[in-house]
Design a protein around this ligand. Structure first.
Ligand code: NAD
Length: 486
């Protein structure tokens, strides 16, 4: 199979191709066009030309096309989820039940919202001030390899809903479902040039895209290191940066123990641990630490690692050989830093021959981790949990905040006052109290510190995809300086 660029509604062959492989068995899934500055110029020009027509369509008209696209995604859930699982290693249970349906929700939600974009008015005795919102123009949308389809739609939906046009660049490691998104967008009646997709590698495609002078906004999801490079290369533009995380999952001794345990297991091992909001630092109060650790380890040992296409698989393969090597290097590092390997580890898997070529790693738990260790400070992005004991509330907050990142956080306690105090004190863009990460699209999504700049979701998406304008109208009676009048 060949995957080409989508520019101005036409499929453009690559001058060169690269392979995308199935991380479960290294089978080549497709040859993917390898773009460069030339394809970016063509795609940005197409998006620029399509912009006035798309921006001029009524919100209701744009909403109709976006709802249609959401419906098509729902219709193709079985196909899209299988492709996504094959390309990214995310388990079929998650792609089919959560990730692909959520992509359809993204279109329905922003289709509804675009009719409601609403300026405020501020009347005074002398003037009427009001706010107009204009689409910004051509937007660069850059997506990572983890949950690729959902993340791409999380950007494409608000971008198009608010009247902008887009050039989408998927990760070179999982580009397949986006290509289907391009086809379905055309089928839904989204005009040629409104959504363009250029495939390829970061320095060859991503950099010319973000630095292009006709691109007005960049919505990026990926690592903190790449986010820094993009900000430097792009110059003055609107940015939304959704970056890495190392989120604290804090459990006090008065928490509902069983629910906290369920949520802790889910928040580090779901999506193969390749999840930006993973609760990868599990902070447990000392009075319940030993009991919690025993139960957590027992649960981790039971998680099924294997073929991501099987319904009962919990942990599929890591996205690539390189990423597997990175995750394994942290598993090797833990004991060298003084952490105790409680389960998992480098040689823990006993997989059948049919799985021997997959990028598998055992769910791994380190106990008695110190927050200063690299395994606690750096984003591993795999199924590796660090359990860290703490004394009291102040100690929990100190450890939770002693990190470069600030994406998500989780607090478990039955003490309402403490729940609110800790939620307020933790330096993160999101805090879930007595809950796993449950996304409400009306709420701001994003991080602070090294985890990002800006928020998306609800009206926060205005910040990146709309340009506010103040209109100030005199009511006719206010004094004007009469300089130079005779
Ligand atoms: P990455 O930064 O390596 O790549 C992300 C995208 O950027 C890819 O499409 C890549 O090709 C592109 N890219 C690379 N170099 C570029 C450059 N110089 N200019 C422009 N584009 C460039 O990240 P990844 O490994 O694909 O994804 C994993 C990371 O994403 C993790 O750090 C994870 O936490 C983060 N992430 C964050 C969120 C969030 O919402 N905060 C969500 C998902 C993933």
């Amino acid at each position: 199979m060949r995957i080409d660029h989508l520019i101005d509604g036409q499929w453009h062959a690559g001058r060169d191709y690269f392979e995308t492989v199935n991380p479960a068995n290294q089978a080549v899934l497709a040859e993917v066009a390898r773009g460069g500055a030339r394809e970016i110029d063509a795609a940005v020009a197409a998006a620029k030309a399509a912009f006035p027509g798309w921006a001029a369509r009524t919100p209701k008209d744009r909403a109709r096309a976006l709802h249609k696209l959401g419906e098509l995604i729902t219709q193709y859930v079985p196909e899209l989820s299988e492709t996504e699982t094959n390309d990214s290693g995310q388990t079929i249970a998650q792609t089919r039940k959560q990730l692909i349906p959520r992509a359809a929700d993204n279109f329905h939600y922003f289709a509804e919202m675009c009719s409601r974009v609403d300026g405020h008015s501020y009347p005074t005795d002398t003037h009427l001030n009001y706010t107009l919102f204009h689409p910004v123009g051509v937007c660069a949308l850059i997506s990572p390899w983890n949950v690729p389809f959902m993340t791409a739609t999380w950007k494409v939906a608000p971008c198009l809903a608010f009247g902008n046009t887009a050039v989408l660049k998927m990760s070179e490691l999982s580009p397949l479902t986006a290509s289907r998104l391009g086809e379905l967008a055309l089928e839904a009646g989204i005009a040629p040039g409104v959504l363009n997709i250029v495939h390829g590698f970061g320095p060859e495609v991503g950099e010319p895209l973000v630095s292009h002078r006709d691109v007005r906004a960049v919505s990026f999801t990926g690592s903190t290191a790449t986010g820094n490079r993009i900000v430097r290369a792009a110059g003055l533009k609107k940015f939304s940066m959704e970056l890495g995380g190392k989120s604290p999952f804090v459990i006090f001794d008065d928490a509902d123990f069983e629910r906290a345990l369920d949520a802790a297991v889910f928040m580090i091992f779901s999506n193969n641990g390749e999840r930006c909001t993973a609760g990868s630092r599990i902070l447990v109060q000392k009075s319940i630490y030993a009991r919690f650790a025993d139960r957590f380890i027992e649960r981790a040992k039971r998680l099924k690692v294997g073929d991501p296409l099987q319904d009962d698989t919990i942990i599929g393969p890591m996205i690539s050989r390189d990423h597997l090597a990175k995750v394994r290097s942290y598993i090797e590092l833990g004991p060298q830093e003084g952490a105790t390997l409680a389960c998992g580890g480098l040689d823990a898997l006993d997989l059948p021959a049919s799985l021997k070529d997959g990028n598998y790693v055992a769910p791994t738990v380190f106990v008695d981790v110190e927050n200063t260790m690299r395994i606690a400070q750096e984003e591993i992005f795999g199924p590796v949990a660090c359990l860290i004991p703490f004394d009291d509330e102040a100690d929990a907050i100190r450890i939770a905040n002693d990190i470069a990142y600030g994406l998500s956080s989780y607090v478990w306690t039955e003490n309402t006052g403490r729940a609110h105090r800790v939620a307020a004190a933790i330096e993160a863009g999101m805090c879930f109290v007595n809950s796993q990460n449950v996304r409400d699209l009306r709420q701001p999504f994003g991080g602070t510190k090294a985890s990002g700049v800006g928020r998306e979701g609800g009206t926060w998406s205005y910040e990146v995809f709309l340009e506010p304008k103040n209109v100030c109208v005199s009511l006719g009676s206010h004094p004007i300086p009469q300089w130079g009048r005779v």
